[in-house]
Ligand binder design. Structure first.
Ligand code: PHE
Length: 355
């Protein structure tokens, strides 16, 4: 290698060593390898050399050129790596770091009430089940002994899913936003072995005129117990125990005869109003939660209708069961002393922050 090439090589190596930015590297690249670069000058002079020199100088110059290209590529990579690792260091997020917790938020009172109920039922040996919010007509109505044109369908008027959206679902079935959690009774009886002891907390929908106790969207907690020798007495004991645990020992329950197509006999169960302590009055005015009656209707219940059991392949001569469906919103209102369950859906932080 000629002296000139050797000098070029050491100069290049020294310059490369000191480079810390991509810009400087680009400059160095054009200084040596560019059209008017130092190596180019030597390479283009090769043609004027003797054949002997052409061989040695030409080969050496080309080799140096390749070395320079490789060294620049490596440096480019190094600079890039250090650039990104610097960013990684600078922007690293410590997910374990402590942060002020004052604005963390908390559970919605309905979730809170639901979890309190779940804990009580679990302590009594119940299992939690779930079901779809978009339900088919068969489970929501027919198998609960509410055939088409049954007047009870008016009580559970709802939002039907239009056939347009329905296309991908089973042909021949109509779909709706479930009006109650009772279809999960059917789904569970069809699927599970006896005995069954479940609760089903979940969201339901109705076409309602909204007031202090009614909203189009609310939460229910369904209960179902099926086995040998299950009685109405078991139902009463269960509800009494749960409500006393949730609302306090003084809480009273009132069973009124009622009608549900899927239970027989059926009852509606009221709880003494916690807002007005059963007096019907708050601050001299009629209590809006219980409409001044001192009682709040909390749930529907009854013994599972033999037709419903039969429809699910369960022999009603051998087995019996009870079921109930309670409004979690109303229970939350009672438990937390909120005078209208509608307030739970109004996104008023002032309300939610109190719990
Ligand atoms: N599904 C009924 C309703 O939504 C409540 C209910 C459940 C009644 C189970 C009896 C038994 O009103």
């Amino acid at each position: 290698m000629t002296e000139e090439l050797k000098k070029l090589q050491t100069d290049f190596a020294a310059a490369l060593e000191n480079i810390t930015t991509q810009e400087a590297l680009k400059e160095l690249e054009s200084e040596y390898l560019g059209k008017k670069g130092k190596l180019k000058a030597i390479l283009s002079g090769v043609k004027d050399l003797s054949i002997e020199d052409k061989k040695t100088v030409g080969v050496a110059a080309n080799q140096l050129k390749n070395e320079c290209i490789a060294a620049i590529a490596q440096k480019t990579q190094e600079l890039e790596d250090s650039y990104f690792s610097e960013i990684e260091d600078k922007e690293a997020i410590d997910v374990t770091i402590g942060y002020p917790s004052e604005n963390l938020g908390h559970k919605h009172p309905i979730s809170h009430a639901s979890e309190l109920l779940e804990d009580i039922f679990i302590s009594l040996g119940f299992k939690i089940e779930d079901g779809p919010q978009i339900e088919d007509e068969t489970h929501n109505f027919d198998m609960l002994n509410i055939p088409d044109n049954h007047p009870a369908r008016d009580v559970w008027d709802t939002f039907w899913i239009s056939d347009e959206i329905n296309k991908e679902r089973k042909p021949g079935d109509k779909y709706l936003l479930r009006t109650h959690t009772s279809p999960v009774q059917i789904r569970t009886m069809l699927r599970e072995e006896l005995p069954i002891k479940i609760i089903v907390p979940g969201r339901v929908f109705r076409y309602e005129q909204e007031d202090a106790r009614h909203t189009c969207n609310f939460y229910q907690l369904e209960g179902l117990v099926v086995g040998e020798g299950v009685t109405f007495g078991d139902l009463k004991w269960t509800l009494d125990t749960v409500m006393k645990q949730l609302l306090g020992e003084k809480t009273q329950l009132r069973f009124r005869p009622s009608i549900f197509p899927f239970t027989e006999p059926s009852a509606e169960v009221d709880v003494s109003c916690q807002i007005c302590n059963g007096s019907g009055e708050t601050k001299g005015k009629k209590c809006s939660m219980c409409s001044g009656t001192g009682w709040v209707e909390l749930l529907g219940a009854g013994m599972v209708h033999p037709k419903v059991l039969e429809g699910c392949g369960i022999d009603p001569m051998k087995y019996s069961g009870f079921a109930f469906g309670m409004g979690i919103d109303r229970i939350a209102a009672q438990r937390f002393g909120v005078s209208s369950s509608k307030m739970f859906y109004q996104n008023k932080l002032k309300l939610n922050e109190q719990f």
